[in-house]
Design a protein around this ligand. Structure first.
Ligand code: FA5
Length: 332
């Protein structure tokens, strides 16, 4: 047995291609190879039972040694197991470039339009204090208007902001007046979802405080934003609204661009979609921001960015945006 191993080793040492290695392997381990011959050779019959047992043990050792040496040599020649092999004949793998989420695209577009009108673009915190989200906005704890926005309260006493208005007073305090800023961001409400309501959605707040600001100023800005986003004038309607932090308050609805006002699932058959409430900043809020309401006035609006993306891309169900559905997202 030892002589077989030595002879095999000598031959193996001379091998330097994978083809000749395969030939050597077959010569020793193949169906009619050296080892098979040893096992079935006539001499084996002459051995006693004990000698045959010893032969079997030695034979198996030899076989596994030869296998091991072949495998090592294979590795050495750069042709290891299939998993390690690089098959240059296979087609290449294409990497799919990612893209901006449709809401991010619309957000970026509106930010650029507002930057062009001289607004600063600010960001706020998604976790807010009760004071910033409600109290400072003329909405104390017992105010019924709190019921308009069901809130996710956190164990630490804070909340997930229900509206980007939470940044109004903070902005006035930080930058003083005159000030002209937009603050886009994610908002959260503990409410049942449907085709136009999500529990996590985006708004973009606009705030301008200066001398001689009137309701005409906010209407002009809102119209300018919408016609720039849609590349044409879109049909809107203004109706009285109510928010404790603006007076007077208005609701701006957009005529549904999916059904052109005929009624569809995207506007819940109304033909109109609530998009952009606004109003003149309440004197109490100006005071909370350290601003003199006798000298200054301001306007604020709360653009529903996710609903704007619905109208821009004609998406009939708001829930698709957060679905993580790649077949939906890959279209943008
Ligand atoms: C507010 O959140 C006020 N902070 C807006 C505001 C700002 C008023 C400044 C006056 C002055 P409202 O809850 O209506 O208001 O939300 C504003 C817009 O956000 C809605 O018109 C809508 O476009 C969007 N929105 C509100 N709730 C949801 C929701 N659950 N899912 C998707 N979009 C929503």
């Amino acid at each position: 047995m030892e002589s077989v191993l030595i002879e095999f080793e000598n031959r193996l040492n001379q091998i330097n291609t994978i083809e000749t290695l395969a030939q050597l392997r077959s010569r020793y381990l193949g169906r009619n190879g050296v080892l098979k011959e040893m096992k079935t050779g006539a001499n084996l019959k002459k051995l006693t039972a004990e000698e045959r047992k010893q032969f079997g043990i030695q034979f198996n050792l030899l076989k596994s040694k030869i296998r091991e040496m072949v495998e090592n040599k294979q590795q050495l020649l750069g042709q290891g197991r299939p998993a390690n092999r690089v098959d240059l004949t296979l087609p290449g793998e294409r990497s799919k470039p990612g893209g901006l989420h449709p809401i991010s695209q619309v957000q970026e577009e509106v930010e650029n339009i507002c930057l062009g009108m001289g607004f600063m673009v600010l960001s706020g915190s998604e976790m807010e204090t009760d004071y910033n989200n409600f109290e400072s906005l003329n909405t104390p704890a017992d105010h019924p208007a709190r019921d308009m926005q069901d809130t996710f309260w956190l164990d630490n006493g804070k909340l997930l902001r229900t509206q980007t208005s939470a940044n109004q007073v903070q902005t006035m305090k930080k930058f003083g007046v005159p000030v002209r800023a937009v603050f886009p961001g994610k908002c959260f409400r503990y409410e049942t979802t449907d085709a136009t309501h999500e529990n996590t959605f985006y708004q973009m707040e606009g705030l301008v405080v200066d001398e001689n600001i009137t309701i005409a100023s906010v209407i002009a800005v809102m119209k300018r934003i919408l016609s720039a986003v849609f590349g044409r004038d879109v049909t809107v309607r203004l109706r009285p609204g109510y928010f404790p932090f603006v007076e007077p308050a208005f609701e701006l609805d957009i005529k549904c661009l999916i059904c052109n006002g005929d009624g569809c699932s995207g506007c819940k058959q109304a033909g109109w979609l609530e998009l952009l409430p606004c109003g003149l900043v309440h004197p109490v809020v100006l005071k909370n921001g350290g601003v003199d309401p006798d000298k200054y006035s301001g306007f604020a609006f709360g653009l529903g960015l996710t609903r704007l993306a619905m109208m821009k891309f004609k998406i009939p169900d708001i829930r698709l945006f957060n679905s993580g559905n790649l077949r939906f997202l890959e279209q943008f």
